[in-house]
Design a protein around this ligand. Sequence first.
Ligand SMILES: [Zn+2]
Length: 605
Amino acid sequence: MNSFRYPVEEIRERCDLVEIISAHVALRKTGRTFKGLCPFHNEKTPSFHVDPERQLWKCFGCGEGGDVFSFVQKIDSLTFSEAAELLARKVGIEIEHSEKIAKELSERDCIIRANNIACSFFRSMLARSSKVKQYLAKRGLTDTTVDKYRLGYAPSEWDALTNHLRQQRVSPADAVKAGLIVPRENSQGFYDRFRDRLIFPILDTSERIIAFGGRIIGEGEPKYLNSPETALFIKNKTLYGLNFARREAVSQDRLLVVEGYMDAIAAQEAGFANTVATMGTALTEEHVNLIARFTKNVVLSFDADSAGMAAALRSSPIFERAGFITRILSMPKGEDPDSMLRGGDTSRFASLIEGAQPIPDYRVGLALAKYDLNNDEGKVSALNEVIGILAEVESAVERERLIRYLAKYHPNFSTGTTLAEDHLRGEINRIRIRASRNASPSAIGQQRGGSPQTSQKPRVKISLVERSERLLLGIIILRNLDAGKVFDALPPKEFSGESTRLLAEAVSRVYSETGKIDQEALRSEVANTPADRLLTGLLVGIDESAFNYPVDELIEVILDHRKNEQRQRARALAQKIQEGSIKRGDPEYEEWARLVRETSGPWRR
Ligand SMILES: [Zn+2]
């Protein structure tokens, strides 16, 4: 409806779909199209196709598909108008907003506008504060870096931003929704959330400022303060610095995850551009799904004793289930990536990355370090802890590798490796069997990969007739054939299944109104109907060999198969009549009579 106020065609034409999707999915060229892992469902083999000629995308795994607008809408959870605004800006098309339209801007548009204004404000404050400039210089951040990351300063007043936003005509309601200001509890009015803090704007992969992180300057608690979750900012789905890191993560096929904003900036600036930081939360399934769009190789670099490391170790099964290779980089005690890289030691950091250990090895190492392995008592206690870790390793190959490594700590090792290994293997299997018995159905579902919202939709089996009808529609649309002739032989209302019938009717309407099949007209004709997805699938998915199939023959095939299906149905009904479960007067009896009339004649050509 509201699409008419945007120059949709112009935007679509100027956008390069492959480039836009590449920012989110690692695409590889295969023949005429590009292929990659679908960002909308969990998969290990690519079924996500992008067709550069037709500027369409389609996933044959989950059925999602569409054009550049629908991709951007889905990937960033945007409304149509938000996606149009974003793409227009990207390709440099000016969109005029009337007063009325400006009022209609959605909640998320309002949050972004408030955040943009706040970001400029924080940046202007930074230029004025010699205290912060000194702090940044001490941390080794150059002006170029400060500009690139749009760092700012929230002054130590209660209402500096509140007043500025009011002057810029941002309503208090919008500023509260954006998490920038907070209503006072005991009196009227609002106060600034961020005060006397260094400000890190947080951008999403579409380069929109969705939130802020604030680090205290000097002493005070909390050391870091983030925006609250908003309609735009969901911590479990956000990684700081991903807007800069994503391309490098794809080309290096590796992502480095660190703990703090400063660590991420230091690493990116030192040449480790494929680095992101968590938002102070544990890594979740959502994070893993987000990262999987770019790479499945992750190196986690957290402080050894931090809550972040403990959380990272707990999150390892999520990574493993999603088919990741996840390794842990151990920093020397008292160091973090920021401090090490600020000292200029990039080669040491690079070798630490290369030497990062797989998560199970790291956990085993921690467990072994707790015990005195010089006596049997210590060895037994260590192994008791370690078998619990190994039981959680999903890959049998990895389990075996670790069993072989650990056998030397077994008290029976001296009498034979096999005996020690067998004993460990037996204990581990016992734990695994017990765990699978206790697992609730939902936990087992998760083990098989994916939460309910990311799991694959069941594929609906369609009949041979319907499949042929769809192929026929695909061919006449793509080759812009004489649809009149086709629909004389096969009236649109007789097509099988709702979406196929709706598409046939739409093709017939477009053709009879214009004398041709214009794909754009057809797309708008089926927009938001069940035929929408089918059309995209046909346009992207039809294979070259079927494309040249003779239409007359296909019509014959469909007619034959339809008769065949009808005869089968008639036979099944006749059987029921014989059994007495259908009687004269029942609707199914009438159906049988009609089928007999219709199939008794011309099918015996
Ligand atoms: Zn998919």
